[in-house]
Design a protein. Structure first.
Length: 323
């Protein structure tokens, strides 16, 4: 969707129009209302989506249920600054006139682009995650405000200079959502759960990264926080959002439910014990309470331990191989 902040309502209308005119289903990835001044607007977003659904538009959404999103640090810069790719962005960042123009755009309210800088209170709301260059590894897990203080710069110049030093390859977590909005999105019956992250591991090369904690904790966190502790969801509701609902949205007719003839993708856990351990400061930590995981009928976790087996397969959709 084109915008998740100040212009979200217009972006929703555009999204619905695409679905209606193209006669295709819509999946709104990681539904959110971003930006401090937009906090509390999730009820309006839900209302808009419910109205579209009542009009016959096949629209649903998904969420990872954290109050921080993850993005490339380059997303803070205006769209025009990224024209031509990373090399052109770096060239512009080294040009004083271009930097001044970027700064002006980043500090000026506009409904023509999703200005992440104006969606947060300041550099303290930006966490440095993965970096490209090893000399910057010491900044992983630090707030942008800490970097700015060390470099004797304000937050915007710290962004510009960090992008230059890391060749515009830095990933960040941005704390720009409110908990009530996150909960309301999660509770909608047409919202499934994603973790919106790439493959991770606490060991090896991947263990050197500093990902968003959702990479490890999304699903156990929902079971612990929103089901067991806060009773925002029932256990069956949560499991449906993890399994049957996303399988239905992806038209995976032989996955997502326990039924004869379906592939045996099964998870066994203790609902009294399962919880996430990954945090923003220390994200490379496996969750607790998972007893068994079977993929295609073969155990990949047994008695809480990885078995080392690799029974998974690529799932091809109906459009695979078409020109």
């Amino acid at each position: 969707m084109r915008d998740e902040g100040d212009a979200e309502m217009a972006a929703l209308d555009e999204t619905f129009r695409i679905g209606r005119e193209a006669q295709i289903p819509i999946e709104i990835f990681h539904l959110k209302t971003s930006g401090n001044k937009n906090w509390g607007s999730m009820p309006l977003v839900v209302e808009r989506i419910e109205k579209a659904r009542s009009q016959g538009i096949d629209v649903a959404a998904d969420t990872y249920a954290y109050t921080a999103w993850s993005n490339g640090m380059a997303a803070f810069t205006p769209p025009w600054a990224n024209d031509g790719g990373k090399e052109q962005l770096l060239r512009r960042l080294k040009d004083p006139a271009m930097r001044a123009r970027m700064r002006k755009d980043m500090t000026t309210p506009s409904d023509t682009w999703d200005n992440e800088w104006l969606e947060i209170a300041g550099p303290q709301d930006v966490l440095i995650c993965a970096v490209n260059h090893k000399e910057l590894l010491r900044y992983q897990g630090k707030r942008l405000s800490e970097v700015a203080a060390e470099w004797h710069e304000d937050g915007i110049d710290a962004i510009f200079d960090f992008l230059i030093r890391d060749e515009a390859g830095t990933s960040v977590a941005v704390f720009g959502m409110s908990e009530p909005d996150v909960v309301l999105a999660l509770q909608q019956p047409w919202v499934s759960v994603d973790n919106d992250d790439s493959a991770t591991s606490p060991e090896g090369i991947l263990g050197a990264d500093h990902p968003h904690p959702r990479a490890y904790g999304t699903f156990p966190r929902i079971l612990a926080k929103y089901v067991r502790e806060e009773a925002r969801l029932s256990l069956p509701d949560a499991i449906r959002k993890f399994t049957a609902l996303p399988a239905q949205r992806e038209h995976l007719s032989d996955r997502g439910v326990i039924k004869q003839g379906m592939w045996a993708d099964l998870v066994v856990f203790d609902p009294r014990l399962i919880h996430d351990v990954a945090t923003y400061d220390d994200p490379n930590r496996l969750s607790v309470g998972m007893s068994y995981v079977l993929v295609n009928g073969v155990a990949v976790i047994e008695d809480g331990r990885m078995t080392g087996t690799l029974p998974g397969t690529v799932l091809r959709g109906p459009g695979y191989g078409r020109q």
